[in-house]
Design a binder for this molecule. Structure first.
Ligand code: IMP
Ligand code: MG
Length: 212
């Protein structure tokens, strides 16, 4: 067996070290809602759609008719996995400028209001901005962040979320791009956390009641 095959065998999803022992996280899970392969396929589709639309509007080389640059603004921390995968599907000249937002402190499963942890860049005037978040729940996070960006007068502003819980938001926030609509359940994985854990899970899953 060559080295590559050996490595693949060791990280297979059913590898015992993932489910056993003090450090296992899979035993805390109730149900896998979206398998890793489905996420990967959807991110690939989203990338194609977004790249085609942005290229049509602002060109692919960063020096367009209106000279507007493309800036991707990921909302930290939940969007890190999604952004990392999505931007590699966008063959466009772009910058990444993070904003840090916290709405579910510690073991909370309900939004406690939005606090900005890492300021937005103050340089978005005239830029084409795409804000990316992990999930749209109450909509407060995206509402606050897009308001702050609009104050800077960008050339255009779009929003993209991997997940959306339909019907949850009373705010007029409608993301331009949505990966998956999911039921109104608390989910973890692929960047989403509970008390800071499970972000490294490759799937989107619900937690067993005992783990909450
Ligand atoms: P919103 O402000 O209520 O729309 O919530 C958005 C933020 O809350 C997201 O950026 C997530 O970080 C977090 N969030 C909302 N729902 C969930 C969930 O089901 N699991 C984990 N985090 C969530
Ligand atoms: Mg978040």
């Amino acid at each position: 067996m060559n080295a590559r095959k050996r490595i693949l065998w060791h990280v297979a999803p059913r590898a015992p070290w993932m489910t056993q022992g003090r450090m296992g996280m899979h035993r805390d899970l109730e149900r896998i809602l979206i398998p890793a392969a489905a996420i990967e396929a959807r991110v690939r589709d989203l990338g194609q759609t977004i790249a085609a639309e942005l290229e049509r509007e602002i060109g692919g080389d960063g020096t367009h008719a209106d000279h507007g640059e493309l800036v991707i603004v990921p909302i930290l921390t939940g969007s890190v996995m999604f952004v990392a995968d999505l931007v590699r599907r966008l063959p466009l000249k772009l910058r990444l400028e993070m904003v840090g937002v916290s709405s579910y402190p510690g073991k909370s499963m309900e939004s406690k209001g939005v606090s900005i942890r890492h300021e937005l860049p103050g340089t978005l005037a005239g830029k084409h901005v795409l804000v990316i978040d992990d999930i749209l729940d109450s909509g407060h996070t995206l509402d606050v962040v897009t308001r702050l960006i609009r104050e800077q007068r960008p050339a255009s502003l779009r929003t993209c979320v991997l997940l959306r819980k339909p019907g949850k938001s009373s705010l007029p926030v409608a993301p331009d791009y949505v990966g998956f609509d999911i039921p109104d359940e608390f989910v973890v994985g692929y960047g989403l956390d509970y008390d800071g854990f499970y972000r490294n899970l490759p799937e989107i899953a619900t937690l067993r009641p005992e783990a909450r």
